[in-house]
Design a protein around this ligand. Sequence first.
Ligand code: 5AD
Ligand code: SF4
Length: 436
Amino acid sequence: MTEARKLFIKTYGCQMNVYDSERMAEALGAKGYVLTDTADDADMVLLNTCHIREKAAEKVYSDLGRLRPLKLSKPDLKIGVAGCVAQAEGEEILKRMPLVDLVVGPQSYHRLPDMLERAEAGARVVDTDFPEEDKFDHLPERKVTRGPSAFLTVQEGCDKFCAFCVVPYTRGAEVSRPFARLMDEARALVGKGVREITLLGQNVNAWSNDGRGLGGLIRELARIDGLERLRYTTSHPNDMAEDLIEAHGTEPKLMPYLHLPVQSGSDRILKAMNRKHTAEQYLRLVERIRAARPDILLTSDFIVGFPGETDTDFEATLDLIRAVGFGSAFSFKYSARPGTPAAEKPELPADLCDARLQTLQALLSEQQRATQEAMLGRELGVLYEKAGRMPGQMVGKSDYLHAVHVADAEARPGDLVRVRITASGPNSLAGERIGA
Ligand code: 5AD
Ligand code: SF4
């Protein structure tokens, strides 16, 4: 028997990429590849890339450069680029990086094994099509590799065309996966020990199929015995249907946590971003969501320094943050992406953007700290994911998605327990188990 070949995958960017990397590992697993933790002992290195900001894309090129000595010492090593940089740059990657053997866009992962065969025969291959067939139909069955919490992609692509964003170009138009397939995949995951599923999509709350919206899908998934928790990400404010909001109030398995990017609090900038909602509409939406589930923890994404952003616009963003109170948030300096409408507009000075980002992050960190401290003394559900660093310690996620450390020598990953929160650190909480 020949020894298994080794595959190293580096994943950049969002959770969709984490999910896609798992699926690619499974597709190549069928070809005899097993995962390894380092590039050094790999027979194939796959970079699953992100194109959302310029820095993310440049990092891929510098990582590829760093693989050069390895490729020189191991000429049979195959190097592939997947994900959104692959989609956006295509052939260009082969031209710029002679060490790359294959380039595969996010819609073509089911063709990866064939592409690899051609690469092994000496060809350099590119596939960035948006094929008619659903890649998920052609990928092998899911393996559960990451403990009791799993991702499930329900929707891909985006039709929103925010003026700054490459996603509609790299991931294509919105496509919802069929209801029946998702139910089957979820049941299979639960059969393998999964207790929490996070539904993924670039615009997840636009999912619809078979007369159902995301709220309907969540209600059906919640009926699966053994599946204890549901989450979904990432949502656009304009697709928060009444039915989905209601599910937050009526479906106990739907966790009290929602990532709802707003990007800016200035109506002028929201309009220039083509977000198609105002700050006031976002605030009213938050009110409706909180009416359904008062304790929900909200998180968001912000961009500072969008072209034309004045001090007054930036102040409006700070006002919105103060008005909502976020549990945490991602914030970014605007990064011009070639091919997007905003890239045509003059950029603001870098030092101004740096200063605004610092101010914004200080406010968000303060809110994050306050949100965590408000957990002190509360009794929360915690789903253990793995053993902690201390002997007898477990680490899991609370209902609100905070990492929680608990001294619990008897427990195992996958246990869902009640915990009283006793301490709050910079990035996690600690607690004591009070029940099953
Ligand atoms: N520049 C900066 N941030 C961006 N994002 C998307 N495109 C850009 C860009 N061109 C941010 C948005 C989005 C998150 C995933 O990344 O905040 O919600
Ligand atoms: Fe990009 Fe806007 Fe679509 Fe989100 S909603 S993926 S920011 S275009």
